[in-house]
Design a protein around this ligand. Sequence first.
Ligand SMILES: *[C@@H]1O[C@H](CO)[C@@H](O)[C@H](O)[C@H]1NC(C)=O
Ligand SMILES: *[C@@H]1O[C@H](CO)[C@@H](O)[C@H](O)[C@H]1NC(C)=O
Ligand SMILES: *[C@@H]1O[C@H](CO)[C@@H](O)[C@H](O)[C@H]1NC(C)=O
Ligand SMILES: *[C@@H]1O[C@H](CO)[C@@H](O)[C@H](O)[C@H]1NC(C)=O
Length: 676
Amino acid sequence: MDLSILLTINITITVLYFVLPPACLAHKLETLDYKFGPFNSSYYTIFAVLTPATISNDALQVTPDSAGNFTLSNRSGRVFFNHTFTLWEELQGGAARVASFNSSFLINVFRVSNTSGPGEGFAFLISPDLSLPLNSEGQYLGLTNSTTDGDSSNGIVAIELDTFKQDFDPDDNHMGLNIHSVRSNKTVSLSNFGIQIAPVGTKVYMIWVHYDGVQKVLQVYMAERAKAKPTTPVLTADLDLKGLVNQNSYFGFAASTGSAIQLNCVLGWNLTVEQLPSSKNGDDDNNKLIKICIGVGVPVFVLLLIGVVGLTYYQMKKRADSDLKLLGALKSLPGTPGEFRFRDLKNATNNFDEKNKLGQGGFGVVYKGVLPNEKVPVAVKKFSRDNLKGQDDFLAELTIINRLRHKHLVRLLGWCHKNRTLLLVYDYMPNGSLDKHIFNETEEKNTLEWKLRYNIIAGVASALQYLHNEYDQKVVHRDLKASNILLDSHFNARLGDFGLARALDNEKTSYAELEGVPGTMGYIAPECFHTGKATCESDVYGFGAVVLEVVCGQRPWTKIADFQFLVDWVWWLHREGRLLEAVDERLGNDYVVEEAQRLLLLGLACSHPIASERPKTQDIFQMISGSVAVPRVPPFKPAFVWPSATGPDITSNSSRDITANSTPMTSGWTPQCVSS
Ligand SMILES: *[C@@H]1O[C@H](CO)[C@@H](O)[C@H](O)[C@H]1NC(C)=O
Ligand SMILES: *[C@@H]1O[C@H](CO)[C@@H](O)[C@H](O)[C@H]1NC(C)=O
Ligand SMILES: *[C@@H]1O[C@H](CO)[C@@H](O)[C@H](O)[C@H]1NC(C)=O
Ligand SMILES: *[C@@H]1O[C@H](CO)[C@@H](O)[C@H](O)[C@H]1NC(C)=O
C-alpha cells in the first residue's frame, strides 16, 4: 500500500519535472521576500555582522566607518542575512532545478579622501558560510585571500564593484562577476555608463541583481538613487549556480580597503528568492501541486510510465540502502530505548491526524497518540520527510537524548523508522508548553500562580545544571525558550526539543541553522551571531530571557513603553528602583516579593550582553534557592562589545591613519553614509 503511494507520487513528480514546461513550474513556486533597512541595531539579531563590519548611521558598514574606533585602512568585512536559502536541488534522474532570485540594494561607497583615490572594493556575495577569510583585505575584497583565491571549494559567487586597479583589472571603476576568485570571470568598465562608484562627494547608487534560474542568466543594473531601473543591464552573464555555490547558501556583502580607503555602506536591501519545493515543509502545497499536475500530465504519463518505473525502482533501491545504514546506526546506539512499530504509532495517532497535532517543533510536527496496549498517551514527533538533513538531525537528537536521564528533561521512550519517515516517541506532557500558560494562548482561565512559576524556573535551572555540568559530556541545549519547556501533570518543567542540541565536543554546525529567526528573537545571545556557536553562556542568556518572561508574563520581544525588548524595560525599572512593577500584573499581589526581586535580578544578570559576565550555570540553581546572592546588576545595561576584550582589532592609531590620508577629520567626525 505505502509502496504504491510512494511510487505514484514519485512518478507524478518525475513526469512533472521532465514534461511540464519549466515556465509552468516557475509560476507555481513561491518566493521569500525580504525588505531590509534603514539599518539599526535591531538588525544584529537577524544579520551576521562580521567584525570589523558594524551597523551604524542607519547603514551596514561593511568595512569600518569612523564610529567603530577601528583603523580604516587594510580592512575587510562581511555582513550576511543570517538565513540559508536552497539555491538548487537535484531532481530525479540527475536533472537539477535552480532557484531564481532578485535583489536590489542601495549603496554609498564613500571616498574618504579628496586627494587620494578610493580603495579597494565592495561586493554582493553568495557564500556557503558565515565566515570572513583571514587576510582578505586589499585586493581580496573580503572574498578570498592569497591561499584560497581561485579555489573552487570557496563556493562563492560575487558581483564586485572595484575601485582600485590591480594588474589583472581593466581600471579602477568596474563591475565584475567573481567566481571563487577576485580575478573576475567578466568585467565591465562603469565609466562607459557614466557611473563613478566612489566619486568626490556623496553619491548613492541602486543596484539590481536579477538571476533567472531557468534560463541561467544573471543581469545586473545600476543607476543613481531615485532614478528608474535602466532598460539595459550593465553586466549580463550566463551563470549556472548549481555546482558553483553550496546548495544552501547565504546572501550578503563583502568589502575591503587597502592603503587606499573608502567607506562601504549599504543603506537598504531587498531580496526575493524562489523557494524550491525541497526547501519547504508544507505537504499541503506539494499536494496541490501534485493534483494540478496529475490533470495536466496524465496523457504523457502513460507514455513515460515504463521508463520511469525502472528509474523509480532504482531510486528506491538506493534509498533502501541508505535507510539500512541509518537503521544500523540506530541499533548500534548504546542504551537506545525501544523500537516501535510504525503501524502502532500510525494507529495511535489516528494516522497522524491534524486533530492530534500538539505543536510544531524544530524539524517536525508533534502528535499526541495512545498506544494500543498501554493506554497512556505519548507524544510522537514526526520528522518532515522533505527535510534533506532529516537523518542527521534525527541521529543527533537521538544520540544525545537517549543517554540523558533527568527528572526535568522530557523522557524519550523509543523510536521508529519506516518508509523514510523518522519518528521519536516521548512521554506525553499533559500541560503542554510553558508559553501557552504564561501568554494565555489557550482559553486558560487561571493565570499560572506564583508558586508554580517559581518551581518551573527552578526546574529549568536544574535541567541546565545537569546538561552543562553533571552529565559526562557537556551538552548545550541551544534552543532554550518557553515553547520548548513542557509541563507535566504537576506543572513541573521538562526541557524538550533537543533537535538542535549538539554535544560540545563535536560542535561544528553553524548557528544560522536556527530557522525561523523571529520566533527565537530575544532568546539568542548577541555573541552567537558573531561566533556562530552556542555555548553554556548562550544557554544562560536564553535562560535569562525565560526567567523574565515567566515573571513578567511578556514575550522577550514585547515592546513596552518605547523599549524594543522586554529586558530593556526591566532594566530601566531596575534603574528607577521600581523593579517590582515588572511582575505580571495578572498576579496582582499574589506573589512573594523577595522571590520576585531575586528572579528579576537573576534574569537581568543572565541577559548581560557580555558572555563572561553572566552567572555560571552551577551558581544559578543556588541563587534561585536563595543560598547564594544574585550578582549586582549595574543600573545601565552594558553595551555589547565584540570582540569582548580589547584585542588587536581595536587600534589606537585611527586618528593618525586618517590624517595620513590628508583628510581633515576629528574624532567628532561623522561618516557620510546619509540615508536621507
Ligand atoms: C529599528 O527600526 C525599526 C523599523 O525600521 C523599528 O521598528 C525599531 O524600533 C528600531 N529599533 C531600534 C533599536 O531603534
Ligand atoms: C525578478 O524580476 C524580474 C523583472 O522584474 C521578474 O520578471 C522575475 O519574475 C523576478 N524574479 C523573482 C524570483 O522574483
Ligand atoms: C525595496 O522595495 C520597496 C518597495 O517595494 C521600495 O520602495 C524600495 O525602494 C526598495 N529598496 C531597495 C533597496 O531596493
Ligand atoms: C586564508 O583564509 C583561510 C580561511 O580563513 C585561512 O585558513 C588561511 O590561513 C588564510 N590564508 C592566509 C594567507 O592568511
